[in-house]
Design a protein around this ligand. Structure first.
Ligand code: FE2
Length: 428
């Protein structure tokens, strides 16, 4: 079936659940990712950016792993990041020479932070998914599998969250899937199966992935990819974190820190008493219990507003970042922010918000852009203006000091592309 790009909301509400047995079974959607949105060269360019950052000693959220067969070789990561560059089009022989192996596997996490092209191209896919299906509270990321390996380095293994595997080519990949119960029945457990698993393949469902195809890979499905020639796939996992974990890992610990915060004027705190040796531990507990109850009561009182704030940070942070999870040390963001010169924000300068980022005004003094919450006066950011910028309209800045001040503040997020009127020189 031919598909529009971006995918139509009807794809997500009708075709997608129908083909995937209500989003529970793998299904290969043929030719839904156009080459204009994502191609292997974009991934190679992302690696070039990682190499540049490595040479400059800049921390990066994008991480590389190298595998030869099923063996992880951390010592080769340094080599891949530092060896002399390859000549155009010679990436595969360069990798073979650099790793000293005929067949290799390069896994790159967080590629959306080093490839503006893929952040935007697959951001279009993600944005339509959010529109038609929904928003995973933790956002999504891009995990790249590039290589000419014969089988995924992790062996046959279980997926932890729903994901789309977007195949960019140039080669073709065979992908095998097993429902969890089938896998357990055949192998006797849920552990990954490495080494020789040829015998298991006939029991799996086989998908032949060609460039532009995207496989829906639901959580809990066991899978492995196999190929003969070099190809690149980008996995887009959807981070639907368990709500209990969300509370345990972020919101509640922060609340606890708040209600039992140290007194900055009394950094050593109030000392606990010396306890009578003969009385034992009960006296310690007796003192702690009322303190704990007071803290828990205070947490209960603050929970509603704290959770609202946390939810908003995740929600607007993720959506303003084009659906990609917020990451510290996002090179793309840092480079864009560094290229933005606040002193060039003046009447006549031209701005735009690059795809896939969105400006989200959340209050009179707060707005989110490119995953960052910015403190600024937002009155000049009218709904029409925000809509136009989010639709990628370029805008010539008027003589309005309030608006100019807001744009200067937003530029620090790396989410504003600025071109000066006098030089037409690209400033971001
Ligand atoms: Fe996997």
């Amino acid at each position: 079936m031919a598909h529009d790009w971006p995918l139509h909301p009807g794809f997500w509400t009708d075709e997608f659940p129908q083909q995937t047995n209500g989003r529970t079974s793998p299904y290969l959607f043929k030719g839904i990712i156009p080459a204009t949105a994502a191609q292997p060269e974009d991934v190679i360019d992302g690696l070039v950016t990682m190499r540049r950052a490595h040479a400059a000693g800049t921390a990066s959220a994008a991480k590389a792993r190298v595998y030869l067969g099923e063996e992880r070789h951390d010592e080769l990561v340094e080599t891949v990041l530092t060896a002399d560059a390859w000549k155009d089009g010679d990436f595969v022989p360069w990798m073979q020479q650099t790793t000293g192996a005929e067949r290799f596997s390069l896994v790159l996490n967080g590629l959306e932070t080093v490839s503006p092209a893929l952040a935007a191209g697959l951001g279009t896919f993600l944005s339509s998914l959010f529109d038609g299906w929904g928003v995973p509270i933790g956002g999504a990321e891009q995990a790249v599998f590039a290589g000419n390996y014969s089988g995924t380095a992790f062996g046959v293994h279980e997926g932890s969250e729903d994901a789309f595997l977007c195949h960019l080519g140039p080669g073709i990949k065979d992908f095998y899937c097993w429902p969890a119960d089938e896998y357990v029945k055949r192998t006797g457990g849920k552990d990954p199966l490495k080494g020789d698993y040829q015998w298991l393949l006939p029991y799996g469902e086989r998908f032949v992935m060609e460039p532009g195809d995207a496989l829906f890979l639901p959580a809990r499905v066991f899978h492995v990819g196999r190929q003969d020639t070099f190809s690149v796939s980008v996995a887009v996992p959807l981070y639907t974190y368990p709500e209990r974990r969300f509370l345990r890992m972020s919101a509640l610990p922060e609340l606890l820190d708040e209600v039992l915060a140290e007194d900055l004027d009394n950094p050593f705190g109030d000392p606990s008493p010396m306890h009578d040796l003969t009385v034992g531990s009960a006296q310690v507990a007796r003192r702690l219990i009322p303190l704990a109850h007071t803290a828990l009561d205070a947490m209960r009182g603050k929970a509603e507003s704290k959770l609202a704030e946390h939810a908003q940070d995740y929600w607007d942070g993720t959506l303003s970042n084009g659906g990609w999870e917020y990451k510290k040390d996002d090179l793309g963001r840092q480079e864009a922010a560094a290229a933005f010169h606040a002193d060039q924000v003046a009447p006549g300068a031209v701005i735009r918000i690059p795809a896939p980022y969105q400006l989200r005004v959340t209050g009179p003094k707060t707005a989110f852009l490119r995953g960052i919450k910015a403190d600024l006066e937002t009155a000049a950011l009218t709904p029409d203006l925000v809509r136009a910028l989010n639709a990628r309209t370029t805008m010539t800045l008027p003589d309005d000091e309030d608006l100019l001040a807001a744009i200067r503040a937003l530029g620090t997020t790396g989410g504003i592309h600025l071109t000066t009127a006098t030089t037409t020189k690209d400033a971001a």
